[in-house]
Design a binder for this molecule. Structure first.
Ligand SMILES: Cc1cc2nc3c(=O)[nH]c(=O)nc-3n(C[C@H](O)[C@H](O)[C@H](O)COP(=O)(O)OP(=O)(O)OC[C@H]3O[C@@H](n4cnc5c(N)ncnc54)[C@H](O)[C@@H]3O)c2cc1C
Length: 359
């Protein structure tokens, strides 16, 4: 059976950083990604930009420079990740989904099969396929699997109707259409502004009585409020959508709002499958994040570490981002290989690592 020192599951930015750091420290790595590298960014609508500044999402000490010195788009970031992969000669088993990880003596046996797509997003196939099961025996496992695997459902009637989506698509799709956006945080706010500017007629339906300034970026909220004040975007607060019809939604107030498309931007939840298989202890009822030793990122199962947004569980208030996950890579590398990351850690960004501990 093939062997490796460490299995890294997840080919997002934090998985790639782990691969580079562990190989530099002399470890052999079996690195799995169910889709393409950076899969999570591939399902964001075209031209969607990060909220984080480029230096906060740069990995492996490689500068991320954007053409306008502004926030990177998903396209720019995915190209950047490929460049980092090439520079560090990272071997990633792409389109390979880890299905089972079993304890075996002092280590683990990782079984994977082919996969048509990554985990999460509108096109997520969900399962692996094919008869060929690849098996690798490893000493340690790092789960860098992210946490946006399925849409968070609101539980209204007809939520699975074809005119409902939980993912913003190419904004050109919405031109001239009446769109109801359900939600009131960053993604909903940004989508409302983009769709209005693209030529859609937008109504936001939000269950809160007013927007929470802590949940919409400080440069997005004023623009949204101005567009609402000027009547360019309609807003209904303290409402819940109870039913989706063919061309309208019904609110719990009894009111009906016309809608060609219904965009439910109410967040995403994490697939707990691998945690459960391994017996990783989870905490915080609704969020179910793994219990971790924050100095090493070791879970309740010896040999199983967790990195990146996977640590945050099904975040209903995002607290774990790329920027405060770089510290996870250094901690895991020290715990597994006895040395830290080879690149210089930015003390300002490194300091952000404490934020996730407050969750
Ligand atoms: C619109 C939007 C804007 C955002 N803006 C920001 C921002 O500005 N800054 C920020 O830090 N974050 C932002 N995020 C969140 C961002 O996506 C995450 O912070 C980032 O992806 C986390 O990186 P990661 O490496 O931890 O996980 P991910 O990038 O999610 O990578 C996890 C990978 O694991 C793979 N995987 C899962 N299970 C398996 C398995 N069983 N086998 C093989 N592979 C598997 C998945 O396919 C996925 O590619 C935003 C999210 C959205 C939706």
């Amino acid at each position: 059976m093939e062997t490796a020192d460490v299995a890294v599951v997840g080919g997002g930015p934090i998985g790639l950083e782990l691969n580079a750091a562990l190989v530099n420290a002399g470890k052999s790595v079996a690195h799995y990604e169910a889709g393409a590298v950076g899969h999570t960014f591939g399902w964001w609508a075209p031209k969607t930009k990060f909220f984080s500044s480029p230096e906060r999402i740069a990995i492996c000490g490689v500068p991320l420079v954007t053409p306008d010195q502004g926030k990177a788009s998903q396209e720019q970031y995915r190209s950047y990740l490929v460049g980092v992969m090439q520079q560090f000669e990272l071997a990633v088993r792409t389109f390979t989904r880890v299905e089972t990880i079993e304890k075996d003596g002092g280590g683990f046996v990782v079984r994977s099969r082919r996969s048509a797509d990554g985990v999460g997003g509108p096109g997520c196939a969900g399962a692996a396929f094919g008869d060929q099961v690849d098996t690798v025996r490893v000493k340690d496992v790092v789960l860098a699997i992210g946490n946006m695997h399925q849409a968070r459902m609101i539980g209204c009637e007809n939520e699975d109707a074809p005119n409902v989506s939980h993912y913003l698509e190419d904004v050109q799709r919405y031109v001239g259409r009446r769109v109801v956006i359900v939600g009131g945080k960053n993604s909903a706010a940004e989508a409302a502004i983009r769709l209005y500017r693209a030529g859609a007629h937008v109504t936001m339906c939000y269950r809160g009585d007013e927007f929470d300034a802590g949940r919409i970026k400080y440069w997005v909220l004023p623009e949204l409020l101005w567009l609402i004040e000027k009547g360019r975007i309609a807003l209904k607060t303290s409402v819940n959508v109870v039913r989706v019809g063919e061309d309208s939604v019904t609110l719990d107030t009894g009111e009906s709002v016309v809608a060609d498309d219904v965009l439910m931007l109410t967040g995403y939840v994490q697939d707990k499958g691998l945690f459960e298989q391994l017996g990783v202890e989870l905490t915080c009822d609704e969020i179910e994040r793994p219990v971790l030793d924050r100095t090493t990122m070791l879970s309740s199962v010896p040999g199983v570490y967790v990195a990146g947004t996977a640590c945050g569980g099904s975040q209903n208030r995002a607290r774990v981002f790329i920027e405060n996950s770089h510290a996870h890579v250094d901690r895991i590398c020290r715990a597994v290989a006895g040395v830290g990351v080879p690149w210089k850690l930015d003390p300002v960004i490194e300091g952000l690592g404490v934020v996730d501990e407050e969750q």
